[in-house]
Ligand binder design. Structure first.
Ligand code: FPP
Ligand code: MG
Length: 295
């Protein structure tokens, strides 16, 4: 991973703008899941750290834009760039990282470049769908999972597929692994938004529902509530939650075990990923660590 961090720093330096270097340094790097995945799939390839750096820059750019879109004040426990520097700077910093990543991508094999580039179109479609879906209460599980696939799983799938191509491994199998890892990862993320406190999350708890996002535990809950409670859940959608409402949501979820039900699906998807990668201890370990994480 040190090689990836060095590569990222080198690419940022190549942008030749101190403001960008300083702002980038102020960002918290995060879990670097996508980079770790690429290094595990293509550990001996000399271009793997660069591919990992490219994917992490795209991911960082997408979060800078996402925080503007979501009007988020914190990211990974620190104030977001839009909160400290304003939305214009956050959008432009994202554009610089994103275009620099694409400049580097042209050095790769055409199939790899196309895999990553087209996943960014999916990512953007997923984000747009997420915004549109948050405008109304949604209780359609399939629609929700389709959106999750586009918004989160496609870049992870593309990271797995492209690094497999780089290493001369089976691209299809690795893509299946990446897709299921990505879906499972996002469901765990949605669960943690409800079960963890804001200090652990580095952002406000129950924030998804405040932002209008009806994640799986809410979708499952809606189906199990009485008509009266269904109305209540809808009436507090996409609004600041009072302490009482937050407690009510958590209590109802406890009662109907919707966190457990959502976790079951995350586990099932993780098992799907495991099934195709059973002989690769390191990739199985990534799945187990991801499922057990607490932030
Ligand atoms: C976080 O979702 C957002 C994403 C995973 C994808 C965002 C994608 C874009 C803004 C489009 C692509 C743009 C570029 C420049 C590559 P979330 O809001 O559910 O999660 P959060 O709680 O971490 O904010
Ligand atoms: Mg967001």
């Amino acid at each position: 991973m040190q090689r990836v961090e060095a590569e990222i720093a080198r690419l940022i330096d190549e942008c030749e703008y101190d403001e960008v270097t300083n702002l980038f340094k102020s960002l918290s790097g995060g879990k670097r899941l996508r980079a770790k995945l690429i290094l595990k799939i293509a550990p001996n390839h000399k271009s793997a750290p660069k591919l990992a750096a490219v994917v992490e820059l795209i991911h960082a750019a997408s979060l800078l834009h996402d925080d503007v879109i979501d009007e988020a004040q914190t990211r990974r426990g620190v104030r977001s760039v839009n909160a400290t520097e304003g939305s214009k700077i956050s959008v432009m910093l994202g554009d610089i990282l994103y275009s620099k990543a694409f400049t580097e991508l042209v050095d790769f094999d055409k199939e790899i470049a196309k895999t990553i580039a087209s996943s960014v179109t999916s990512l953007s479609k997923g984000e747009m769908l997420d915004v549109k879906m948050a405008e109304n209460f949604n209780d359609d599980e399939e629609k929700y999972l389709d959106m999750l696939y586009l918004k989160t799983a496609t870049l992870i799938e593309a990271a797995a597929r492209s690094s497999a191509i780089l290493a001369g491994k089976n691209a299809e199998i690795h893509a299946i692994y990446g897709r299921n890892l990505g879906l499972s990862f996002q469901i765990i993320d949605d669960i943690l938004d409800i079960t963890q406190d804001s200090k652990t999350l580095g952002k406000p708890a129950l924030n998804d529902y405040v932002e209008g996002k009806c994640t799986l535990p809410y979708i499952y809950l809606y189906k199990l509530l009485s008509d009266e409670d269904k109305e209540k859940l809808k009436s507090i959608h996409a609004k600041e939650l009072s302490e009482e409402d937050s407690m009510w949501i958590r209590e109802k979820m406890n009662q109907h075990k919707t966190i457990e039900k959502s976790f079951e699906l995350a586990l099932k998807l993780s098992d799907e990923a495991k099934k195709v990668m059973i002989d690769d201890e390191e990739l199985v370990l990534i799945l187990d660590t991801m499922i057990k994480r607490s932030f």
